[in-house]
Design a protein around this ligand. Structure first.
Ligand code: COA
Length: 202
């Protein structure tokens, strides 16, 4: 019989990222493509967008760097990274579950709707639901967690709608533009996700 370690070992190989398409009502999650690189470069040059991300203080990547990042993302089995398209095919962002091949069956959720025009219209929440469902249903994860900067009210609200709960707060963890900001930690357990699914069916 396979032990828990073997089970975890298999998790990383249960998905072939190049074939995953997750379809909702407003968005489709699909494999990243090298053609996405110019849009990532544009979004990562926008300080109004990156102020919610850990890359805020990093120099924006060039096209070559971004293409390499996409190639690496396509290769790795540890992270699931997908592009977010609107249902009519406009590429608006990316979402991920990172570190899925760890023995504790947990992964870290991340998301960016890079094109600001699309904020606050339900795209992020649906993309989050789709990848979280995939993580629990197909990858058999036990727990999904995330962090966000304290002023990311839109993000926090969106994650709460999916079922994430605030688990902690690291005070003044982030120094940004000469001010200290708390970092919020949120998590969603498999059992909570299952209960929420049952409730939404009834
Ligand atoms: C965070 C993010 C993924 C959320 O996706 P989104 O599509 O914008 O969010 P949604 O529209 O699905 O949901 C946001 C919720 O917050 C509410 N909201 C929007 N702007 C708000 C604001 N300024 N203050 C309070 N609530 C706000 C919305 O009304 C919505 O709730 P509702 O559906 O109950 O009305 C997206 O805004 C984004 O990528 N932002 C930039 C990068 C980022 O923050 N990444 C995450 C880092 S942790």
């Amino acid at each position: 019989m396979l032990g828990p370690q073997a089970d975890i070992f298999l998790v990383g190989f249960l998905f072939d990222m190049s074939k995953i398409i997750l379809k909702g009502k407003k968005v489709i999650l699909r494999p990243l493509s090298l053609k996405d690189a110019p849009r990532f470069c544009k979004w990562l040059n926008d300080r109004e967008m990156t102020k919610f991300l850990s890359v805020y203080d990093a120099p924006p990547p060039g096209l070559k760097e971004e293409k390499e990042w996409i190639q690496e993302a396509q290769r790795t089995k540890k992270d699931l990274r997908l592009a977010i398209d609107t249902i009519d095919g406009v590429h608006i962002g990316t979402t991920s579950l990172r570190g899925i091949d760890n023995p504790s069956k947990r992964a870290e959720f991340g998301i960016t709707i890079g094109d600001k025009k699309y904020w606050g219209q339900g795209y992020g929440t649906e993309a989050c639901k789709l990848i979280v469902d995939y993580g629990f249903k197909k990858l058999k994860l036990h727990r999904i967690h995330l962090t966000c900067i304290v002023y990311n009210i839109r993000g926090k609200k969106s994650y709460e709608k999916v079922g994430f709960k605030v688990e902690g707060r690291m005070r003044e963890h982030i120094l940004r533009d000469n001010a200290w900001h708390d970092e919020i930690h949120m998590g969603l357990l498999r059992s909570e996700w299952q209960k929420k699914k049952l409730r939404s069916k009834n």
